[in-house]
Design a binder for this molecule. Structure first.
Ligand SMILES: Cc1cc2nc3c(=O)[nH]c(=O)nc-3n(C[C@H](O)[C@H](O)[C@H](O)COP(=O)(O)O)c2cc1C
Length: 313
């Protein structure tokens, strides 16, 4: 039975619903040609800032039960160097490219989005409003995506500069993610991406210090999957715009959980560290899942969770 993996997220059309997540696949080219980028739904770049950043001191990654804590601290080459050195190769590889950006002020974000607006090889812009590994906003001590007003201000600043599909990436570390999602949607976000890592700590009892080079980090991997699926479900009931779900996707069935909760696509992060081809395997696994269940299109699964227990299945 022929199955259709194509999905449409507003104006953004993907050949399949499996992306690689920001910060976990380099700038995208590192794995070419071993991983055929055109076979992925899309590549989200590591988050870029206007100026290059060195990031945090090592260690930056600490394994945890069923997950990984990271404190990379947004090391990156800066937007201009990325556009000059990586973008042409990504275009040649046929990748659908989503560029992740973080502006340290609304004006800076406007400038970055204006710069991206003229780049034909960039299909969408993802706003990282939820990085747990950078200094919080002065005054409030919060991440942007922990405050509905700050979220709206940043999304508006980006929206003013671009007609490209705009994705707002949200934090799970909030009391009510639906309120933040609504603020982002009202301010002009076309798509929401959830979730970023959960803020966490891992402490060494012998040295009494953090196992990371910084005190706190962000937790990703299978440990967070049920928490992330729940937040997708919450946001699906709070907004109308399409969602990208992420958090601990390793296999096709994990992705299906996110679709059932309301996501139109998934992104894979921590899984890339054990197998850079993990997303390609999930695409094939989804084909098999749809064929096995007699489902013609991914769209049939989106938000299709059934009420009641799975007793007897
Ligand atoms: C090492 C590492 C670096 C990350 N860097 C970024 C980043 O630059 N920008 C961003 O938006 N998210 C970043 N993330 C978060 C992931 O994109 C993703 O939201 C999170 O890890 C949850 O997905 P997962 O459980 O599949 O890893 C990073 C995650 C990891 C593990």
């Amino acid at each position: 039975m022929p199955v259709d993996l194509r999905v449409r997220l507003g104006a953004l059309e993907l050949a399949n619903p499996v992306l690689v997540a920001a910060g976990t696949f380099g700038y995208g080219l590192e794995f070419e040609p071993r991983i055929p980028l055109h076979k992925l739904g899309g590549v989200v770049t590591k988050t870029l800032t206007l100026h290059p950043r060195q990031g945090h001191p090592p260690p930056r990654l600490v394994p945890t039960p069923a997950g990984m804590l990271n404190a990379v601290g947004l090391q990156n080459v800066g937007l201009d160097a990325f556009l000059r050195d990586a973008l042409p190769g990504l275009a040649r590889a046929g990748a659908l490219l989503i560029v992740s950006v973080l502006g340290e002020s609304p004006d800076e974000l406007t400038a970055m989005c204006r710069r991206l607006e003229t780049e034909a090889g960039v299909s969408a812009i993802e706003l990282n409003l939820s990085c747990p590994n950078i200094a919080p906003m002065a005054g409030s001590g919060l991440m942007v995506a922990q405050d509905p007003d700050a979220t709206a201000m940043m999304v508006q600043a980006a929206r003013a500069a671009t007609a490209k599909p705009l994705i707002a990436k949200l934090s799970p570390d909030v009391t009510d993610i639906g309120v933040i999602a609504q603020a982002a949607e009202r301010a002009g976000a076309d798509i929401l991406s959830l979730v970023n890592t959960f803020t966490g700590m891992s402490l060494d009892p012998d040295t009494r210090r953090s196992r990371l080079g910084s005190l706190t980090g962000g937790l990703g991997g299978p440990a967070i999957r049920p928490l992330a699926v729940y937040r997708v479900w919450q946001v699906h009931h709070a907004v109308r715009c399409p969602l990208i779900g992420l958090g601990g996707v390793l296999h096709a069935e994990d992705a299906v959980e996110f679709f059932l909760a309301g996501a139109s696509a998934v992104a894979m992060g921590t899984a890339n560290f054990t197998d850079p081809a993990a997303a390609v395997h999930v695409v094939r696994g989804l084909e098999r899942y749809l064929a096995r269940h007699g489902i013609g299109s991914i769209h049939e699964l989106i938000g299709a969770v059934q009420e009641g227990h799975a007793v007897g299945r």
